[in-house]
Design a binder for this molecule. Structure first.
Ligand code: ADP
Ligand code: MG
Length: 240
């Protein structure tokens, strides 16, 4: 469903992704771990074409992201076509990114039919908060609205960038419950998180990134309990 092949990304002279390749099957849940600054957010942002790659390519369900091939050459898609492509890719940010002047329901209805907006608000257990504004919701509830909004376009994949990092500890559980539920229902997901317990329980595969490369990957038991690389061991010894 997601194919990332040989992706390089630099900001000026800083090479942040140094040849990243990653395939995610339909229905698979991949958790990305790694130290701060290792390129996790940049990787997610390139998948959504929020960042353009310098080398390599990305496809979602076989469709090239951000470009069209014509006459053996790549042409960048127009903004309108990129926006259309992004509907296939749900993105959940660390800081919720809700519109403060819109209610929970209106935030979702910005991107979907009203009936779908209600359906997905119900799915995250917040139908009783439909008319509440973000400031009237807890951080956990705001993030659940953001997840409902990400689902409401019925994307093929959903990307989560540290979805619980901005939450008070007592609110983390309700958001992880929603993610767990999505994972069980067969949603194709890539989740950047430091919640190791969640990763162990929910991930089909864990990918460990450091310094712009994927250092190792495998099933949770393998990567968490028997890491092969010194850098993975060093990271885990700090977070476990
Ligand atoms: P992570 O999510 O793993 O913490 P990031 O992908 O956010 O890592 O960042 C990787 C590196 O790229 C960091 O050194 C960061 O400062 C740098 N970086 C990220 N975005 C930009 C940008 N827009 N311009 C310049 N440098 C950036
Ligand atoms: Mg990040």
């Amino acid at each position: 469903m997601i194919e990332v092949l040989g992706v390089h990304k630099s900001f000026g002279s800083l090479e942040v992704l140094r040849g990243v390749s990653l395939n995610v099957a339909a229905g698979e849940v991949v958790v990305v771990l790694g130290p701060s600054g290792s390129g996790k957010s940049t990787l997610l942002r390139t998948i959504n074409h929020l960042e353009k790659v310098n080398r390599g390519y990305i496809t979602i369900d076989g469709e090239l992201i951000g470009y069209r091939r014509r006459g053996g050459k790549l042409h960048e898609l127009k903004e309108r076509e990129i926006l259309k492509q992004r509907k296939d890719i749900g993105f959940v940010f660390q800081n919720f990114n809700l519109f403060p002047h819109l209610t929970a329901l209106e935030n979702i209805a910005e991107v979907a039919e009203l009936s779908d907006a209600r359906h997905f608000l119900e799915r995250v257990g917040l139908v009783d908060k439909a008319s509440a504004y973000p400031r009237q919701l807890s951080g956990g509830q705001q993030q659940r609205v953001a997840i409902a909004r990400a689902l409401a376009t019925r994307p093929k994949v959903v990307l989560f960038d540290e979805p619980t990092s901005a939450l008070d500890p007592e609110l983390v559980g309700e958001v992880l419950d929603v993610l767990r539920d999505l994972a069980r229902s067969g949603t194709t997901m890539v989740v950047v998180t430091h919640e190791i317990g969640f990763a162990r329980e929910v991930a089909d595969r864990i990918v460990f990134m450091d310094d712009g490369v994927i250092v190792e990957e495998g099933p949770p038991e393998q990567v968490l309990d028997h890491p092969v690389h010194e850098r993975t061991r060093a990271f885990l010894s700090k977070v476990l």
